[in-house]
Unconditional design. Structure first.
Length: 203
């Protein structure tokens, strides 16, 4: 997993509440176990017509937001079924930070395990950032994970809180496997002792 320290990019506004995981990545695209290739189907039913043509009114189809790296959304983002494909799709599109008043718990945990920073803010702060995001190509935000700040296009700064463990994992690029490998010496030592004491387990 890549380390996350600072992110500067265009923020796309999605002022919708209860955006569930089926909206983020519809069920017909869950056949793959690869983390890549899902970005083209992110928000598929909102982005495309039945014939595959783009819906020009959807935010990520607008020229200013095609390369958005940040999403400013409504409350309860990521509700619905627990599919890890949802953060995979966001990351593959290029969005590595979502800011909202609240998130569904399973989506929240899945996102951090896959390198996506989710930031919970009071509604009034989200409204301010949503207003910033409406500026199109000028809607550039800078998220500093070390300082735990968000800087807007006018130079204003918003502070955010984050669980220290989740912050550490993102800063150091540690997913579950990475965390386990930090204990490699102890694991190797245990296995050597077990091989000596119970060699039949390794026959």
């Amino acid at each position: 997993m890549e380390k996350f320290k600072t992110l500067t990019g265009v923020a796309a506004p999605l002022p919708m509440i209860n955006v569930d995981t089926d909206k983020i990545i519809p069920k017909q695209f869950l056949k793959t176990i690869k983390r890549t290739g899902l970005g083209k189907n992110l928000f598929d039913e909102m982005r495309f017509n039945d014939d595959g043509s783009e819906k020009p009114g959807f935010v990520l189809n607008k020229p200013a937001y095609r390369d958005a790296k940040i999403l400013v959304a409504g409350e309860n983002f990521g509700c619905g079924s627990s599919r890890e494909h949802a953060p995979w799709a966001l990351m593959d599109f290029g969005i590595t930070c979502v800011i909202a008043p609240s998130f569904a718990d399973i989506f929240y945990n899945n996102s951090f395990k896959n390198g996506v920073l989710l930031i919970k803010l009071p509604q009034e702060d989200v409204d301010k950032l949503m207003d910033d995001a409406e500026r199109g190509a000028n809607a550039t935000l800078t998220v500093d994970l070390e300082a735990q700040t968000i800087s807007g296009p006018d130079g204003g700064t918003i502070n955010f809180e984050l669980d220290p463990f989740l912050r550490k994992c993102l800063l150091e690029g540690l997913d579950d496997i990475g965390l386990t490998m930090q204990k490699k010496e102890k694991i190797d030592s245990y296995e050597e002792k077990q091989k000596a004491a119970e060699p039949w387990l390794y026959a």
